[in-house]
Ligand binder design. Sequence first.
Ligand code: FES
Length: 230
Amino acid sequence: MEKRFFIQRFFPGKDKRPYWQEYVLHCDSTWVVLDALEAIRSKQDPSLAYRRVCRHGICGSCAMNINGLNRLACETRLADLPSKIRIKPLPGFPVIRDLVVDLTQVYQNIEAIKPYLITKTPPPAKERLQSPLERKKLDGLYECIFCGACTSACPTFWASKHFLGPTALLQACRFVMDSRDEAKQERKKFLKQHPSLWQCHAILNCVEACPKGLNPFEAIVLLRKSLLKP
Ligand code: FES
């Protein structure tokens, strides 16, 4: 099948502004968007820049905006898209080149919430155990692949540099809900002092954007409830 791709190109320092470049490609019906980008780059235009590593929806590096929605290029089937496909970088982040964006702000925000288990008691002989019920509380929280699609879709993040964003807040919830973590009070104190939790306006773009089907807004509500508990 033939597809027309309109890809936003921009090389800061070289181009004055972003522009659309058209590529026409004969594609296999089994291809995903990433296959098409690989074919364009190898057969038509080696200067096209994008990120990809795993090709299996695990690393999160191929997140981009495809026909107006933030998606993973390696999981978006061409057969599900119309004949004209517009691809641009994730909105809301500085563009490094073409479809490659700078996610530093997302990583710094994740780092701020301390995305690791903090323990104070001496380690047990084998491992820190959880009951099946305690483990179940982490479902929907631990699966994030840090692609930044949710934060990119969030108008509050666009408007406020100080907003932690749905990616970091989902991680904050993941560790507050973890029965093995022993720094819950410190985590809650940080979140209480930070305005982010109350800046979310429930626009829910993050839910629509997450390629893993996670619900960062639900995590924000869980965090708000946990802060209101004594
Ligand atoms: S290449 Fe890893 S998620 Fe797409």
